[in-house]
Design a binder for this molecule. Structure first.
Ligand code: K7E
Ligand code: CUA
Length: 630
């Protein structure tokens, strides 16, 4: 460990980190935001998860974000984070994230640091090969990990009919340049293969997409044996610009499907969920010039394209070498029809040697993922031999190797998947941390390890624990995005249907068994803070508007017996907590976020009476009269 490592990661009090690091949370369903080089955790953002700390998925406004065609699903397995790109560089607008279980794609807004949109992906089983974006984020790509029969009643087939009935789908989800809004433009239907990961071409290879696939055997049971038979699986190269041309020319067929499209509206402060019912599918079997298979040794995992776009690195999980493919050679091979076979009824297989630039010999065991620096070097993670290996792409020579503690999965170089990596820091995301940290029972934290890669040798600087299981991550220079961060929501732009724009609009209204409480918060009281006339059998909706217009001034809201969570309401925002009282009596409510010296005083009472009681509905703040009628 380098002697001055502490100095190089130390960010003095009051100073900022150089990079934001957006890290996937794996089975926590969240994305966390760290600073680099300090490793300080700033924020955990619920994406495919509920989060009681923020009321996310518990407030009435946020629940629709987690709707799917299967109903409300408050969890998923988030593996990959990818930045929105402009000209192959992170532009700091959004982060994209995939869910691996119930296939979904999310967009996280880097002004609000919240999930702004989630779209479900039809015809897909396990959205692992996702979300990888093209050079200008024209599309976010999402491909199926498990091939399955297309959605619909036709899916009721014997599992043993895999080869015939199971299909892969690669989704091209367009991203609106201004708003970021998703739309599934089209899908490519492929033979039944398992797509693991992908990278879009960049620079000279812009317009192409490279997907690693395993299970070229098309096995459907005991895959650890039966999908590891072939000496080589494949990288599927797709000419997506061509596919887009065909789509725009009206090719493909519309298929009836059902998928949810959820959007959060910053003006109504509410999410909506809509079920969409069709998707355009182009079957690869109908086109001759869209797809080519490149043989790739032994169960490829990552497929990564270098900053110039010329080299495509395959990482066979069981391979003892790293193949480096050349985009130019691939193009020549395609032009010369230098094919060794056609597979899966009609996809040409390019000869391995014809696409290969060269192989890195004996790099390590179990290569998974590769990222790049600004000097022509690649960095590959090795799960089995638990190390990070630096090698020169053109020379195919190993330059340095450093152990990780332990069993690294993804690694990330700052800007390492862009056209111009920053090449200063590398972070290894490790699966196992036995003996690295104070023990915390049977489960230990996963962890990140920060390396300085500015010199010839990599230097380990810092270990820091992570939330959930970190897979992929992105780092963006702080200067690019920190000034875009929102400070408050403008209350005058708040068009929530149940807003109270000031204390004079605070009130309580009964509509049958539903009681709407228009509640405001400001340091350090609620308006109203005494409410009587609630009856058993009522459903009470607390619409809490935080009328503060100061940065970093949220108020919380909680009431005894509520079956959900707190609300944490940002300045200028309205959020709703549903409460169904189950007994008569007095119920305290209070602010959960220490907002001022008199935060403890920020509280109130709600009286619940019997059904049909003659206690009238009253509300007040700052008066001590008993409610009328007593
Ligand atoms: Cu290698 Cu799901 Cu990207 Cu994790 S995957 S390590
Ligand atoms: Cu408001 Cu504490």
């Amino acid at each position: 460990m380098a002697g001055n490592a502490a100095q190089r990661t130390y960010v003095p009090p009051g100073q900022y980190d150089e990079f934001y690091n957006f890290v996937s949370g794996g089975f926590s369903g969240q994305m966390s935001v760290y600073g680099l080089p300090s490793g300080r955790l700033f924020r955990v953002i619920p994406v495919f998860s509920v989060d009681p700390e923020k009321g996310w998925g518990f407030s009435e406004e946020t629940k629709p974000m987690l709707e799917t065609s299967h109903g409300f699903i408050p969890w998923d397995d988030l593996h990959h984070i990818e930045a929105s790109f402009t000209d192959g560089m992170a532009d700091g607008k959004w982060m994209f994230a995939n869910s691996n279980n119930t296939p979904r794609l999310a967009r996280i807004d880097l002004t609000t640091y919240r999930t702004a949109e989630i779209i479900e992906i039809p015809n897909t089983g396990g959205n692992h090969c996702s979300p990888f974006t093209t050079e200008n984020s024209e599309y976010v790509i999402a491909a199926t990990r498990f091939s399955v029969p297309p959605d619909g009643p036709g899916g009721d087939v014997p599992i043993s009919s895999y080869k015939e009935n199971f299909k892969g789908h690669i989704s091209f989800v367009s991203v609106d340049k201004e708003t970021g809004e998703f739309d599934i433009a089209f899908q490519l239907k492929t033979p039944g293969l398992n797509f693991d990961l992908s990278s879009a071409g960049k620079g000279k290879s812009n317009g192409w997409l490279f997907l690693s696939c395993y299970n070229s055997e098309q096995a459907h049971t005991l895959l650890e044996v039966s999908a590891s038979q072939n000496d080589k699986d494949f990288i599927l190269a797709i000419n997506w610009k061509k596919a887009e041309e065909y789509f725009k020319a009206g090719k493909g067929t519309k298929q009836a499907v059902r998928y949810a499209h959820n959007k959060y509206n910053e003006e109504t402060h509410s999410a909506t969920s809509e079920i969409k019912t069709d998707v355009t599918v182009l079957d690869l079997a109908d086109f001759e010039d869209l797809a080519y298979l490149i043989p790739c040794p032994k169960s490829p995992h990552g497929t990564d394209v270098n900053p110039t776009g010329e080299y495509i690195i395959g990482s066979g999980k069981l391979a003892a070498l790293i193949p480096v493919f050349s985009f130019d050679k691939l193009q020549n091979a395609i032009a010369n029809k230098d094919f060794e076979a056609e597979l899966y009824s009609g996809i040409p297989v390019v000869k391995y040697e014809s696409a290969l630039y060269g192989e890195v010999e004996k790099p390590g065991l179990g290569p998974l993922h590769t990222e790049f620096d600004d000097k022509g070097n690649a960095y590959t993670s090795f799960f089995v031999s638990s190390e990070v290996v630096k090698w020169n792409i053109e020379k195919l020579e190993v330059i340095d190797r450093q152990p990780t503690y332990y069993s690294v999965g993804h690694l990330m170089v700052a800007g390492g998947n862009t056209k111009k990596p920053f090449g200063k820091y590398l972070v290894a995301y490790n699966k196992i941390t036995k003996d690295r940290f104070l023990p915390t029972g049977p489960e230990l934290c996963h962890a990140a390890q920060l390396f300085d890669i500015s010199g010839e040798k990599m230097e380990l600087l810092l270990d820091f624990p992570t939330i959930g299981e970190p897979h992929y991550a992105q780092a963006v220079p702080a200067d690019l995005i920190k000034d875009r961060s929102l400070k408050i929501y403008d209350i005058n732009a708040n068009s929530h249907p149940y807003i109270a724009k000031g204390e004079s609009e605070a009130r309580v209204e009964r509509n049958g068994n539903t009681v709407h409480v228009y509640l405001t918060t400001i340091r350090s009281h609620f308006t109203p803070d005494n409410i009587e006339g609630i009856q058993l059998g009522d459903e009470v909706l607390f619409h809490v508007t935080n009328i503060e217009q100061d940065w970093d001034m949220p108020h919380g809201f909680a009431i005894k017996g509520a079956g959900n969570s707190e609300l944490l309401v940002m300045p200028g925002e309205t959020q709703t907590l549903k409460w169904i009282p189950d007994r008569m009596g007095i119920f305290p409510m209070y602010c959960t976020d220490f907002c001022s010296a008199l935060h403890q005083e920020m509280s109130g009472y709600v009286r619940v009476s019997a059904k049909g009681s003659n206690v009238p509905l009253t509300f007040s703040t700052g008066t001590s009269q008993a409610a009328a009628g007593e």
